[in-house]
Every structure is written in C-alpha cells, then in structure tokens.
Ligand binder design. Structure first.
Ligand code: 5GP
Ligand code: ZN
Length: 119
C-alpha cells in the first residue's frame, strides 16, 4: 500500500473516527486505542494513521512512522503504568499467525499475571 486510506479497513475507519474507539494516545501519525477484546489487564493497539497491511510493510514503506509506532507503544506502557513490570509488543503477521485486521498494528499487553507462558 502507499499509505492511503482503505475504505473497507476497520482501523482506517477508527483512525478517521468513523467507528468509535477508546483512544488512549494520539499523535499526528499514530493512534493508540484499547482492544475491544482485551487479552490482558492492559491491552492497547497502536496503529500508524496511514494504511499498511502489516508492520513489516510499514517498516519498508515508512521507516520513520514505524519507529513512531514503537515509540508510542513505549509511551502507552508508561502511561498505563506497565513499563516497570514489563509488557509485550506483539505483531501478528499473516492469517496463519492470527492476524485478523490487515492494517499494521502492535498489541501492547501488560498487567498483573498475564504475561508468562504464552510464548
Ligand atoms: P490481530 O489479530 O489482527 O493481530 O488483532 C486485531 C485486534 O483488533 C484483535 O485483538 C481484536 O480484538 C481487535 N479488534 C477487532 N475489531 C475491533 C474494533 O472494532 N475495535 C477495537 N478497539 N478493537 C478491535
Ligand atoms: Zn487501514
């Protein structure tokens, strides 16, 4: 993708505020919002506002924005007070790995008792 919005993309629609989400942070190029089905006490998704189908494609297409997504994941962790205890950043890439939304996103997962044993 060239980063242009994709009309039928769920996360493009959330970025465009056409679909509501619980936003926790926003910058010019990124949006962080709570996952609708949280898998941990803190479960936030950080997305680039521009459309790329997955994180690797984002890194190739716009490395500065890829770095901004990672930096925002760290800011979310600090804001959510999970930076100290530790947190996970997960990028599911491809259907076979469980990716269901094909707009680049990182899962930021943390909080009590939720992180050990999954991988
Ligand atoms: P994936 O499996 O593609 O890595 O992650 C997609 C995530 O998006 C899932 O964890 C899912 O719960 C979340 N999700 C799906 N639809 C919505 C929605 O409409 N709003 C929000 N906030 N999260 C969603
Ligand atoms: Zn999109």
């Amino acid at each position: 993708s060239d980063g242009n919005p994709v009309a039928d993309c769920l996360f493009c629609r959330i970025v465009a505020k056409e679909i509501p989400a619980e936003v926790v942070r926003e910058t010019d190029t990124t949006l962080a919002f709570r996952d609708i089905h949280p898998q941990a006490p803190t479960h936030v998704l950080v997305v680039p506002k521009a459309h790329y189908p997955n994180a690797a494609a984002l890194a190739v297409g716009d490395p500065v924005q890829a770095a901004a997504v990672l930096a925002e994941a760290g800011e979310v962790a600090a804001q959510e007070k999970i930076a100290e205890s530790g947190y996970r950043m997960i990028f599911n890439t491809g259907e076979g790995a469980g990716q269901t939304v094909f707009h680049a996103h990182v899962h930021v997962l943390g909080g009590k008792g939720s992180l050990h044993g999954a991988l």
